[in-house]
Design a protein. Structure first.
Lengths: 348, 431
């Protein structure tokens, strides 16, 4: 089978003109144009560049919605199996156009897409999570290296071969981690790395430290006697039977449950499903994790005004930071809308 | 100190009347072995199955794995458990190399895992490559969870020792094919021998959180203990035992402690590229002061020995990420170069931050894989244990086990798939 490829380039690489022709409207031509010739050659007989879509960089930047829609229509009509755009090197508007159309093609047509640009091109920041972007030099002088690298990746994608890590395949990573089998064990790699570090030789850490968002705490409650207080827990306390199927670890959801008529948590009504600690005692008395009983006493004594009628809960073990952040933002929003003054968060 | 591991290679398993080894086949006296386990009245049943590499067999839920070993020149193994209390790491040890005792039974806690002997799940676990003597027990009704954990932990050690002892007494010594020697003198003498080599210490973090998250050193619970210094031979000869029901992917099984690959790798290069000072088994406390105390004492021991560099391996993920960070921070700030070994919890799509804590001093990180990565494993012809347990395992859910017997699960439910002791070749990369 010969796979069908569509290539996208700007007015300059199509030989139409420079800045004075940047407002050139989208156009489709049969077969290869400009750098596409070399791409075709490198693909040999496995795939054929069936058409080239050309658009002026100015046109794409200023009429993005229209340009994207027109280009997409032209590309879809050619029924491609894969799509390639550029290379754009360090040309900002061209990088934007290549990234934007590649991302749109990937999303709308569900086919693999590849583009290429210099790592500082603003298109990288905008689109590296939505398309494969091959890292290139900063100008057309790097064309000789860029085209084989792009084509190699395109070929791999179209043939559905397994994709390796970004640093080995030559694309700019999309911010995702994946497990691969190395040649050496973790222990061997650790000793190699330590010796390199001690000798002052270069070494490559396998995970660069993330930077965490520091959230400033809210100001103290002004008048506790008038405060409405919410209960939140990552201790896995859920209504018996876990009706919303919150996972025992690596939770991707949280539950919200009405406790307005509940005075006490008992083994009959609540349980812990948390996969990271011994639940024995939490299941005998769920209040040890979510202290509703004591909170009701304090509420009756008038220490604070009211317990918020809904409590929020999840399991905090192996939970991805991205999910935890989303839970926090969503629950925060709900509490704000419900005019809750403070929240007690219990962990385990 | 000199330790000799006398290795009898095992390539096959079979049941027989008695337990012995012949021509690389380990024969298991099934009735006598099951009877031995049933001496413990905490069990109402005990069953032994055999599982070989390449078979379409799944073992679930697995608690621990133990290599059958016994002292050739002494009594028992695992001091304090099944040997008199004395120092390990010296003399001759008989090893049934390639065989493993795998403990299985109704789930103790959520954090046990499974082993596939073939198929796409197999390459992730070293125990798809061992000849497994699988012990499945049923606890007496009402047996309290912690007692059940103790009973099952001890049963695994006991069975491994029983097999090795029977083989030794049946003349296995004549079938030894390889003698692996680990020899190193005290740090004072080694320093004099290798004055120009960098002095390296290894900090082995252990889950010591109580409540079924425990590790034992000379049969002592490490949780209320303090960091200490061991000769590497002690680790390789039964000083450490797992009592862990922590997440399956990154718990150090007893088998892993016996094979500690970081210890072996440092040993291999001792006297050539580095001077291996020793091993610090240390804690992962549940409270901040405990974490700070362990990190401070790890540093103190390393400083007393004049360490130039350190390798720190984590056990578990999430909460102990903070211990890992503190260790890296304390060592680096004291001028001791550090490398850490840890897995990642990057979410099922790999797009999340990988650690629950971070510190800028942690500049040299070895990744052993993403625990959340999803894998699909097909149905197996034979299941040893309780397949429905997957719903309760970390990394599984009620939807994991499909009607056709296949499973869609996180990597963390496979035993030792992301072992942070650095046994496997798996590691994360950016994509």
């Amino acid at each position: 089978m010969t796979y069908r490829i569509v290539h996208y380039i700007n007015q300059f690489y199509a030989g139409i003109g420079g800045e004075e022709k940047a407002d050139y409207a989208p156009e489709v031509r049969e077969g290869v144009v400009g750098p596409g010739m070399q791409i075709q050659k490198l693909l040999e007989n496995d795939a054929v560049v069936v058409g080239t879509v050309i658009c002026g960089d100015g046109f794409y930047g200023e009429n993005t919605e229209e340009a994207r829609a027109k280009c997409l229509e032209m590309i879809a009509a050619l029924k491609p199996d894969a799509f390639v755009a550029g290379p754009a090197f360090n040309a900002g508007r061209y990088g934007f156009a290549c990234g934007d159309i590649a991302a749109a093609v990937g999303e709308k047509l569900g086919i693999p897409t590849v583009t290429a640009m210099y790592h500082e091109n603003p298109g990288v920041e905008l689109f590296s999570k939505k398309t494969y972007i091959v890292a290139t030099g900063d100008s057309a002088r790097a064309m000789g290296q860029a085209l084989p690298a792009m084509t190699k990746l395109l070929h791999k994608l179209v043939m559905k071969e397994e994709m390796g890590p970004a640093r080995l395949e030559g694309y700019i990573h999309r911010g995702m981690r994946k497990s691969f089998f190395h040649e050496k064990s973790g222990a061997e790699r650790a000793v190699d790395m330590l010796l390199a570090k001690l000798r002052g030789e270069p070494y490559r850490t396998e995970y660069e430290m993330p930077v965490f968002n520091k959230i400033p705490p809210a100001p103290p409650v002004k008048d506790l006697k008038k405060a409405k207080i919410a209960l939140i827990s990552s201790g896995g306390i859920v209504p018996k039977g876990n009706p919303d199927h919150i996972r025992v670890s690596s939770a991707e959801s949280y539950g919200a449950y009405d406790i307005s008529k509940l005075e006490d948590m008992t083994p009959e009504n609540y349980e812990s499903i948390h996969g990271g600690y011994d639940r024995e005692w939490a299941n005998i008395d769920p209040d040890v994790v979510l202290p509703l009983d004591v909170m009701r006493e304090l509420e009756a004594e008038g220490v604070f005004a009211k317990i918020h009628p809904v409590f929020y809960t999840t399991t905090g073990t192996g939970t991805a930071v991205a999910h935890a952040e989303r839970f926090g933002q969503e629950i925060g929003e709900l509490l704000k809308n419900a005019e809750v003054d403070a929240a007690i968060l219990t962990s385990t | 100190m000199r330790l000799e591991l006398h290795k009898v290679k095992i390539e096959k398993l079979a049941f027989a009347e008695k337990t012995y080894v012949q021509k690389r086949t380990l024969y298991i006296g099934r009735a006598e072995a099951e009877q031995l386990i049933l001496e413990d009245t905490r069990f109402i049943s005990a069953k032994i199955d055999l599982a070989m590499p390449g078979e379409k067999t799944r073992i679930i839920p697995v608690k621990d794995v133990v290599e059958p070993r016994v002292k050739l020149d002494g009594e028992g193994y695992f001091p304090g458990f099944f040997a008199p209390m004395k120092k390990t790491g010296e003399g001759q040890t008989l090893v049934l190399d390639g065989a493993a005792v795998v403990t299985c039974g109704p789930i103790v806690a959520f954090q046990e895992g499974f082993i596939d002997m073939s198929g796409p799940g197999a390459p992730y676990s070293p125990f798809s490559q061992t000849c497994n003597v699988v012990l499945s027990v049923e606890p007496r009704e009402g047996l309290e969870k912690h007692q059940y954990e103790t009973a099952l932990r001890e049963a695994g050690l006991k069975l491994a020792l029983f097999i090795a002892t029977a083989c030794r007494d049946g003349g296995a010594a004549s079938q030894v094919e390889e003698v692996q020697v680990f020899e190193k003198e005290d740090t004072y003498k080694e320093n004099a021998k290798y004055p120009d080599l960098p002095k390296i210490i290894y900090v082995c973090m252990n889950i010591t959180q109580g409540l079924l998250h425990d590790t034992y050193l000379y049969a002592a619970d490490l949780r209320p203990a303090l960091p200490t210094l061991l000769h590497p031979n002690e680790v390789l000869d039964g000083a450490m035992v797992s009592g862990n029901c922590v997440s399956a992917c990154d718990k150090n099984t007893t088998w892993h402690h016996l094979h500690n690959p970081i210890v072996q790798e440092l040993y291999k290069r001792h006297g050539k590229e580095l001077n291996f000072l020793g091993v610090i088994p240390t804690q992962e406390s549940t409270i901040l002061d405990g974490k700070l105390r362990a990190a401070a004492l790890n540093l103190s021991i390393a400083q007393q020995l004049g360490a130039d560099g350190v390798i720190v391996s984590e056990e578990g993920y999430g909460n102990p990420d903070t211990d890992l960070c503190l260790n890296a921070k304390f060592f680096e700030n004291a001028g001791i170069k550090s490398v850490v070994v840890s897995d990642e919890s990057a979410g099922t799509d790999g797009a999340s931050q990988s650690l629950a804590d971070a510190t800028p001093e942690m500049t040299a990180f070895i990744s052993t894989g993403n625990v959340n990565e999803m894998i699909e494993v097909p149905a197996m012809e034979r299941i040893i244990g309780y397949p429905a347990a997957i719903a309760e395992l970390s990394g599984g859910s009620t939807e994991s086990l499909r009607e056709d017997g296949s499973m869609y699960v996180e990597l963390q439910s496979v035993i030792a798939s992301t072992a942070e002791i650095g046994f496997n070749k798996l590691g994360c990369e950016w994509i």
